[in-house]
Design a binder for this molecule. Sequence first.
Ligand code: NAD
Ligand code: MG
Length: 385
Amino acid sequence: MQTKRIAIFGSTGSIGTQALEVIAENSNLFSVAILTAQNNVDLLIKQALQFNPQIVVIGDEKKYQTLKEALANTTITIAAGEAAIIEAAASDIYDMMLAAIVGYAGLKPTLKAIENGKAIALANKETLVVAGDIVMKKALEKRVPIIPVDSEHSAIFQCLVGEGRNKIEKIILTASGGPFLGRKPNFLVNVKRDHALQHPNWSMGAKISIDSSTLMNKGLEMIEAKWLFNLQPQQVQVVVHPQSIIHSMIQFEDGSIKAQMGLPDMKLPIQYAMAFPQRLANNFKRYDFKKPNALTFEEPDLKTFRNLSLAIDALHKGGNLPCIMNAANEIAVFAFLRNRIGFLDMTELIERTMNKIPFIEKPTLKDYFDSDGEARNFAASIIQM
Ligand code: NAD
Ligand code: MG
């Protein structure tokens, strides 16, 4: 049987490495066609030697020589730089892209893969936050399936199987609440990066860990859900569920609610997206109903975690506002991770940028690129002051 040829964009990250574990466990079903990474050349070399892809690309051009020398005795094609990453997405040697680059940087390669007619397993939520209308339209045009990897969206996707044209009343995205659930601004003002990086239920890359601690992650996911499932903003709701057992729910028009559950483990949505519509047997840990464990639900604290309010605002206003918010957030998180600004300063930076950059109701792709650049420059200029 032919294997499904997977191109992992962002292979050295949290999602990328877990995807490679899934592939290693299921080598009868999957093979690796492309690996890309930004900086971590040592891990990329190790992965390339283990999985023998056809193309390997490193974003940081300074690492090209190291990569080339380490893979000299192989037949692997090696390239470096942003353009080379996008070019790899245009190649014909793969069947599915796992879009696991973090941030805005994932948009162009993913768009290229869609134009190229390749199926997408989408982890990179920022792609839909920035340009969801254009990405979904292009996918429809090219008949390209976009299968979510984000656990909440995978849950919704799984609940939709077999529902045909049945109408969704609303979806309920669950949020763990992050490491600072129940905390107030007087506590958050002093929070430092190492504390914010410690998520109670998931081990993830640095950016999404910070986004989870500010609840921006849930805001990004509301916008991601709107585009993936073609919903109106008011159909997307968030509930805090600290145990992260229910990964999200759909309420249909008859009031019936479907949920998808399990222990938090990203390998499950990753393998579901790669193998869809098949489910693959595995030995991941199972949830045990015999162990007393209350599943609880509460409202998110929008007054304290104002990033989520800003994202809800962007979700409702639409246009280029989510793109602007995303760019400012990336600058803010980057600055916080370098101890340049405080935890609550992130919100102020995002809000000021959202108020500053001109609103465009129906942006073109170029408008999105421009808005992203303008928002980054403005947010960075505030930090310099
Ligand atoms: P990560 O930081 O661990 O890894 C990011 C990967 O992208 C790395 O391989 C890195 O080399 C590459 N990369 C970074 N900057 C790049 C750039 N400018 N150009 C090209 N490549 C670049 O991130 P992650 O936690 O694996 O998250 C990846 C994406 O998946 C994010 O969009 C995140 O929101 C989403 N996601 C992650 C999780 C999770 O559990 N980690 C869960 C749901 C969704
Ligand atoms: Mg998620």
